[in-house]
Design a protein. Structure first.
Length: 146
């Protein structure tokens, strides 16, 4: 009878150790998520230059896996989207576009609602961007991190 109690005690202790080990692994996973946040190379404010005059034309603000682009001249938001980062490569997904960007009405559309002409202006819905020394090029326009 005593050996049954010892066996039961050992089984309970074994389960406790297994659950404690699992808890430790979960903690390491959350630590890894914090590291990913620290190396988000896209997070921050980016300014483009207009090739014709060398003046700032667009501002892109990225944070918490979403971004917004603005026309600097009138501080008008024109593009919204989300992104993921893997090393120095950003996969940006355009979610909404304000057609005032193309000289049309000040109206927001989901990317899939845009005409083919407007889609041609902004490019594909998902865009791969490579960050190189705090700069990247998007559609022939160079953005620099501020």
């Amino acid at each position: 009878m005593k050996s049954k109690w010892v066996l039961l005690f050992c089984i309970i202790v074994g389960f406790c150790l297994v659950f404690a080990a699992c808890e430790g692994k979960n903690k390491k996973s959350s630590d890894a998520a914090e590291i990913v946040e620290i190396i988000d190379v896209f997070k921050g404010t980016w300014i483009s230059t207009d090739g014709a005059e060398g003046q700032p034309a667009m501002q892109l603000v990225a944070e918490n896996n979403s971004f917004r682009e603005y026309l600097i001249a009138n501080d008008l938001e024109v593009i919204r989207g989300t992104y993921t980062v893997s090393g120095d490569v950003v996969s940006a997904t355009l979610a909404e576009v304000n057609t005032i960007l193309f000289g049309a009405a000040d109206e927001w559309y989901n990317y899939d609602e845009l005409s083919e002409i407007f889609k041609g202006y902004v490019g594909s819905e998902i865009q791969e961007i490579t960050i190189d020394n705090d700069t990247f090029t998007q559609g022939g326009v160079i953005f620099t991190k501020q």
